[in-house]
Design a protein around this ligand. Sequence first.
Ligand code: MF3
Ligand code: CO
Length: 254
Amino acid sequence: MIFIKTKKEIDYIRESCKVVAETLQLLKKNVKPGITTGELDLIAEDYILSNNAKAAFKGYSQGENSTDYPASICASVNDEVVHGIPGSRVLKSGEIIALDVGVYKDGFYGDAALSVAVGKISDEKKKLMEVTEKSLYLGIEQAANGNHVHDISYAVQSYVEENGFSVVRDLCGHGVGKHLHEDPAVPNFGRKGTGAKLRKNMTIAIEPMINIGKYNVIQADDGWTILTEDGSPSAHFEHSILITDNKPEILTKI
Ligand code: MF3
Ligand code: CO
């Protein structure tokens, strides 16, 4: 079931999303060669807790056969697509890192992600990040009252494929609010005019995960990290947004 949020609920979601955006901004400033992903995790956790909020991903379980997610953020480097677990990995110049932050505050969630260059990166990785971010904004443009969910999906997919990259099929965006993951699923590929109808005061997270090579992904032995099967680099950008009568409101805008 897709929830339509009340004004009060939207205010709470907006608050959580604000902490998400501020945390991502702080993380972005700290990405440089030599820092570990674990250090980034601590920076995020401190900031979130100091805002009377909780890191939404810590302790999150994907169901029966899943271990609880052990960290506050996801930090996915190079061929890691999403759900990379922060730890002792030292960032090196030339790498790209996707940072994903979820916040739970006063009963409501916010969720967003961005990819950042570490030092100097190749033109190909630069293009990957630009195309992924632009595809997110093209998807957001389609998140209008009366449109269909897959209008978003189609906008993301067509732009990405025109640029020679591929859209991960196995993971989707989602509704967000009282739960981190709500209906509807928001795939990054699909056919225009299909899927659920979008309505004013729905809140959804749109999150293209884009690979330079093939779209196939695999899961690492840690039970969480998702990697490209062909080892090609991957980028991820995400915003939580509110559907309105007019343009969507980007709730996690920095
Ligand atoms: N933004 C991701 C998602 O919506 C982050 C989830 S990480 C997890 O799926 F640990 F909570 F799974
Ligand atoms: Co998400």
